[in-house]
Design a protein around this ligand. Sequence first.
Ligand code: APR
Length: 229
Amino acid sequence: MKKLVVLTGAGISAESGISTFRDSDGLWENHRIEDVASPIGWERDPETVMKFYNLRRKQLFEVHPNEGHRALAKLQDHFDVQIITQNIDDLHERAGSSNVLHLHGELKKVRSTVHPELIYTMDHWELKMGDVCEKGHQLRPHIVWFGEAVPMIGIAAEIAEQADIFMVVGTSMAVYPAAGLIGFVKQYIPKYYIDPKAFQMPGIANLKTVNEKAGSGIPRLAKELLKMN
Ligand code: APR
């Protein structure tokens, strides 16, 4: 089976009702990154950070995958689909995608502030101060904050290098190292960028932009890929 590697961002979950970050009324319009998504913010005021992720986690228990997520899961019947996502939601998995690599962490997981290898899955939305790991240390959201390392980027680059087809969906390509992954894909490989604001990237060959929402753009492209397969 051909390897279809897909890099996704917040845009693929927009039609499920989850805000993106940089669109009008996006999360970063209403919150200061340094207050809610940085180690400094956590040191300074953990309650505010906790509340920010608790509200997002509460919403995640209420929303569902959309046609974009489902169309990628369906493509697994014909391709070896590898999803590399910047998203911290679990909508790819809930849509039935088996190979999902989370670059920026997972909202339904928390980890020890002292022993980062101690990671736990939440079955409810609220994490509180005083919730501790098995060694008695405060738990924090299992999220990659700005200024923190992206531990999975090496594996993600290897997957991108092996792509026979590469797809980018619903990301502004503004955040590195995730946005740099397209640079690891072989030049002659067909690439597609599905996003209402999709744009051509200097130095990236064979890139077809699809200025459409994921919910309609992915199913349509999937039909084309199946014809070519
Ligand atoms: N379908 C497809 N794309 C969409 C849709 C949709 N229905 N709605 C919006 N988009 C697109 C926007 O045009 C934009 O290009 O989704 C993109 C969202 O971009 P950002 O808000 O910048 O989100 P993302 O690229 O995922 O951010 C990357 O930045 O804030 C950090 O860690 C966070 O993982 C995140 C990273």
